[in-house]
Design a protein around this ligand. Structure first.
Ligand SMILES: NC(=O)c1ccc[n+]([C@@H]2O[C@H](COP(=O)([O-])OP(=O)(O)OC[C@H]3O[C@@H](n4cnc5c(N)ncnc54)[C@H](OP(=O)(O)O)[C@@H]3O)[C@@H](O)[C@H]2O)c1
Length: 236
């Protein structure tokens, strides 16, 4: 389905990003895996048929440029970008430090902006491309303890909407997926194990991302909210 296409996946070492990389690789994509820690990226790259690990801090413009240059080496194209790198730390407002706020926005919003901006000229030159931003239900629904995270993801939805418009003349499709709780390391120490077990598996979200990317290019999707069928906190 994606044979011959190169996909950059950020946050690919763990959780939803890793699941997306597996799903796209299984459908033939060459996956370029980005994240800060080299070890999980290397382990995943070894597992996939055609994958390359490029250790990257998405908050750093020069590292992002390097990532995209590495991805484009050879074919000179990047067909897919999935922005899954993210930081999620629950904290009520008085405990939300300026550092936490800034780091959350830098990772979830500035990081996605930098990655989109870096692949954009390549996608324009190639006559199209696709970007999926892994946003959150927190972008559209308020939860206590989510000040920094909600601000970052609402910003990401705003960014996605503008890029979707700007991308249209260039056949660049830009989508946002807004999941509710998924059982990944992001919830470790932030929800009890019994609750975490009820959260949707990252592989289910990855299937959705792959489906969206494979869907007819004549279709556009507004930010898609995906919830657990049963509330994990009620059903645990
Ligand atoms: N789990 C959920 O319930 C849920 C729900 C909605 C949305 N999301 C979103 O889904 C995305 C993936 O999260 P997850 O749940 O899969 O959690 P996760 O396993 O903690 O994944 C986050 C990934 O982002 C990477 N990352 C963090 N900061 C980075 C940076 N500055 N540069 C590059 N990579 C960075 C981490 O790797 P390194 O630390 O090695 O860099 C990690 O692999 C996030 O955007 C999150 O907000 C998650």
């Amino acid at each position: 389905m994606f044979t011959g296409q190169t996909a950059i996946i950020t946050g690919a070492g763990t959780g939803i990003g890793a699941a997306v990389a597996r799903a796209l690789a299984a459908r033939g994509a060459r996956c370029v895996l980005a994240g800060r820690r080299p070890a999980p990226l290397a382990a995943l790259a070894a597992e996939l048929v055609a994958a390359e690990a490029v250790s990257t801090d998405v908050t750093d413009p020069s590292q992002v440029e390097r990532l995209v240059a590495r991805a484009a080496a050879g074919a000179g194209r990047v067909e897919i970008l999935v922005n899954a790198a993210g930081l999620f730390r629950l904290a009520p407002l008085p405990e939300t430090s300026v550092e936490l706020f800034d780091q959350t926005l830098a990772t979830n919003l500035r990081g996605a902006f930098l990655c989109c901006r870096a692949v954009w000229p390549l996608m324009q030159q190639a006559g199209g491309g696709q970007i999926v931003n892994i946003s959150s239900v927190a972008a559209v629904e308020a939860y206590a303890g989510n000040a920094a995270y909600a601000a970052s993801k609402a910003g990401l939805n705003g960014l996605t909407g503008v890029l979707a418009l700007e991308g249209r003349p260039h056949k660049i499709r830009v989508l946002a997926l807004c999941p509710a709780a998924s059982n990944t390391a992001a919830w470790q120490e932030q929800a009890p194990e019994a609750v975490r077990r009820q959260m949707m598996p990252p592989a289910a979200l990855a299937e959705l991302v792959a489906w969206l990317l494979a869907s007819p290019r004549s279709l556009h999707f507004d930010p898609i909210v995906v919830r657990n069928f049963h509330d994990p906190w009620q059903s645990a």
